[in-house]
Ligand binder design. Structure first.
Ligand code: ZN
Length: 177
């Protein structure tokens, strides 16, 4: 496995709409290795999710996992999940604001409104259909990654930019609020 280079904000790859994968592409050993590399890269940088365009592959795949993450303490665990060609639909109009960061926008955080619960349809890494409901932080992570696959970053979703903060200032002024 290898750790992949993460594209940072300003790299045009982050603004492109990613291409769906065919079942045949998913089965290929090269693509399966790419999935392993995405997972390793996400873990290396303590991410809770990573979209393929963040590692320079404009394809509809994202990985996510929340497990005792130092960047997001006190969040419920989410098992390691691979989402290929995901589709999401909100289950409620209810929106919730909470902090988000992004490996492509290092050292910065801001408060982002997201749907509280969503229905997710995708393929897993074997090309098998996945369908589940995600709520709260789990739903937030998936909406964040889904945005990446559609050429968006969380800054585009903020209602205003007044909560934008560097991590050091986050720890100093915003923790526990
Ligand atoms: Zn991100």
């Amino acid at each position: 496995m290898s750790i992949l280079k993460v594209a940072r904000l300003g790299n045009p790859v982050l603004r492109k709409i990613t291409a769906p994968l065919t079942p045949r592409e998913i089965q290929s050993p090269i693509f399966q290795k790419f999935i392993d590399d995405m997972i390793e890269t996400m873990k290396e940088y303590d991410g809770v999710g990573l979209a393929a365009d963040q590692v320079h592959e404009s394809k509809q795949i994202a990985v996510l996992e929340v497990a005792e993450n130092p960047r997001y303490p006190n969040k419920p665990n989410v098992p390691l999940t691979v989402l290929i060609n995901p589709k999401i639909s909100p289950l409620t109009d209810e929106m919730e604001e909470d902090w988000e960061g992004c490996l492509s926008i290092p050292d910065i955080r801001g408060k982002v409104p997201r749907h509280k619960s969503i229905q997710v349809q995708a393929w897993d890494r074997d090309g098998k259909p996945l369908e589940f409901i995600a709520v709260d932080f789990h739903a937030r992570v998936i909406q964040h990654e889904w945005d990446h696959l559609n050429g968006k970053v969380y800054l585009d979703r903020m209602r205003d930019l007044t909560t934008l903060t560097f991590l050091t200032e986050f720890a100093r002024y915003w923790m526990q609020r």
